[in-house]
Design a protein around this ligand. Structure first.
Ligand SMILES: Nc1nc2c(ncn2[C@@H]2O[C@H](COP(=O)(O)OP(=O)(O)OP(=O)(O)O)[C@@H](O)[C@H]2O)c(=O)[nH]1
Ligand SMILES: C=C(OP(=O)(O)O)C(=O)O
Length: 219
């Protein structure tokens, strides 16, 4: 059997991952994000689009899948290559949205799959690649957010049934589900999800994606 088929090839994580990104329509999402002078819905869109662009630029990612009920997001994503949109249907929460995307893309669990939160406006493709490289050696994994209590990325290897339990305090729940905690440095942009203006300031210091940066520059 070849090294690639056994998974021993150290480069076998390249361009293999399916990355599912859930995005809530801005009328309902980012309710805690209040930046004076900036339209909250426009900011939520910019953050989601910058996250999606970084994920598609990641060398480990074969396909980015967006699960949303927001048709405007699809229209605005025109310049981002090779995104696939899956309709969320009846809104049943973040985990159900992710599961819908995973099932649409890979019902037989043949590929390595990941769920990435859609509110990482400073995400660098190389930080996502580092995490996916580490995730390739374990059946399930989780990356903690900067606070250490939430999760920004959850993964499952080929053959592992998909499970996630996002939401407040999700990191402990993901460990309980059998996810290995990936050792990702605090400075990684992958850990900087943005729910509040203070978190946006921290992400800004790391370097925001172009849409979020342009919007904030209008203040
Ligand atoms: N498709 C979909 N995405 C969701 C849902 N809930 C949360 N998300 C997405 O999951 C990521 C993390 O979401 P949260 O920060 O928990 O929620 P949020 O609605 O963006 O923000 P808050 O209003 O502050 O809770 C963001 O990309 C959200 O858009 C959902 O029910 N459906
Ligand atoms: C969804 C999560 O985070 P937040 O609500 O802080 O964005 C999570 O940590 O699972």
């Amino acid at each position: 059997m070849s090294a690639a088929r056994t998974g021993d090839d150290p480069e076998s994580w390249r361009r293999r991952w399916i990355v599912v990104v859930p995005v809530k329509p801005p009328a309902r999402g980012k309710s805690r994000l209040d930046v004076p002078g900036i339209d909250r819905a426009a900011l939520a869109h910019a953050i989601a689009l910058d996250t999606l662009e970084a994920a598609t630029a990641c060398e480990a990612v074969a396909q980015v899948v967006v699960v949303t009920n927001d048709p405007a997001l699809a229209r605005e994503s025109g310049t981002i290559p090779a995104l696939r949109f899956v309709p969320e249907g009846e809104a049943r929460g973040l985990d159900a949205a992710v599961a819908t995307g995973v099932a649409a893309m890979d019902p037989a669990a043949r590929m390595p799959r990941a769920a990435l939160l859609g509110d990482l406006p400073a995400l660098r493709p190389s930080d996502l690649a580092d995490a996916l490289r580490a995730a390739a050696s374990v059946p399930r994994s989780v990356v903690a957010d900067a606070e250490g209590t939430g999760s920004t990325l959850v993964t499952a290897a080929p053959g592992a049934a998909w499970q996630s339990s996002f939401g407040e305090g999700s990191f402990a729940r993901h460990l309980a589900l059998g996810c290995t905690a990936l050792e990702i440095p605090d400075a990684s942009t992958l850990r900087r999800d943005v729910d509040t203006a203070d978190q946006l300031d921290v992400a800004s210091a790391l370097g925001l994606g172009p849409r979020t940066a342009a919007l904030l520059a209008r203040r």
